[in-house]
Design a protein around this ligand. Structure first.
Ligand SMILES: Cc1cc2nc3c(=O)[nH]c(=O)nc-3n(C[C@H](O)[C@H](O)[C@H](O)COP(=O)(O)O)c2cc1C
Length: 308
């Protein structure tokens, strides 16, 4: 997730959960080859055969509208070691949609078909799978049948459906029941996504979407062990355990990231943690003006002592 779940967060979350696959933040493709260093910057796991330290595969995601350049860049990602390629047809960002990327392609199923099938063709013989991620439509669901026909004809190996339109943004609810219909039309695995925060959501989503494959988004940040909760291996972690986890994350080596990396990323994370933990407010009011990693750590230590 662009700006929130980057390689360090993936490292942390895959260390404590049994994820099958991570999709990296998108790499924007316009009308040229994306330099290799840009792929490595967004997906440093490519230096490690496309795996997090704990061994979870991390797939490069491409976002773009030009079938040939998408295919060309898929091959670069493959050469750099990405375990498969994912295509983004769901991003609602204005800048991306203005240039006909992301969710705006949902308005043009024929172009979606071209993009998916050209990338699929490029990957032929590599043995690497292609997946795509869609929403239910742009303004409404009127083109959903055509979108699914395009996916069916282009034959990716997997489809993830964020069960809302672009216009619905991130506003609850998610319309999981549409996924059940989509599954009827496709023979490939279909992954349900959107508004999964709790065990109840997981169960309801799986039942309504008629799938046992789910992708977690913001819920994975709100309850950091949600994947294991979904698998029935663990209970949701406590606030105290979450603070320990934040500490562990802050002690990770950021490499050559900007000096205030953790203070700004922590503010993003807090947006989701506060949805699950009332205690988050107290901690973050003490942290919000801090920028240095050591200062933030001291506040967390103090908070942990009083939280016991
Ligand atoms: C801050 C943010 C960044 C995101 N970045 C991406 C992205 O790079 N690629 C993508 O496919 N989806 C991205 N998404 C969408 C999520 O993957 C997911 O589809 C969406 O949040 C719905 O799932 P949720 O309700 O469980 O969060 C992003 C969402 C948010 C909130």
């Amino acid at each position: 997730m662009e700006g929130v779940i980057d390689h360090l967060m993936r490292e942390l979350l895959t260390e404590i959960n049994r994820y099958d696959l991570c999709i990296a933040e998108f790499v924007r493709v316009v009308d040229r080859k994306v330099p290799e260093h840009s792929f490595y910057k967004i997906v440093p796991e490519l230096h490690n055969a496309g795996l997090t330290k704990s061994g979870c595969p991390v797939r490069v995601q491409l976002l773009g509208q030009d079938p040939d350049w998408m295919a060309e860049n898929a091959l670069i990602a493959h050469r750099l070691g990405s375990p498969g390629i994912d295509l983004n047809f769901g991003c609602p960002a204005k800048t991306v949609n203005k240039s006909r990327g992301g969710a705006s392609l949902l308005k043009d199923p024929e172009l979606m078909y071209q993009v998916i099938s050209r990338v699929k063709g490029a990957l032929e013989g590599t043995g690497q799978p292609l997946s795509a991620k869609i929403r239910l439509g742009f303004d409404d669901t009127s083109l959903l049948d055509e979108i699914i026909d395009a996916v069916k004809a282009a034959e990716p190996e997997m489809l993830t459906v964020h069960a809302r339109t672009k216009r619905q943004g991130y506003k609850p609810p998610a319309y999981w029941e549409f996924i059940k219909e989509i599954r009827r039309k496709l023979s490939i695995p279909v992954v349900a996504n959107g508004e999964i925060w709790t065990t109840e959501d997981i169960e309801t989503c799986m039942a309504r979407a008629n799938t046992d494959l789910i992708m977690l988004g913001r819920g994975a940040l709100a309850t950091p062990n949600l994947a294991n909760v979904a698998l029935g291996i663990e209970q949701a972690i406590t606030w105290h355990q979450t603070c320990e986890l934040i500490k562990r994350w802050i002690l990770m080596d950021t490499g050559n990231q900007k000096p205030f990396y953790y203070s700004s990323r922590l503010k993003q994370w807090y947006r989701y943690l506060k949805l699950q933990f009332n205690e988050a407010d107290a901690l973050f009011s003490d942290i919000k003006t801090l920028q240095e990693k050591d200062d933030i750590l001291s506040v967390i230590e103090a908070h942990l002592t009083t939280a016991l």
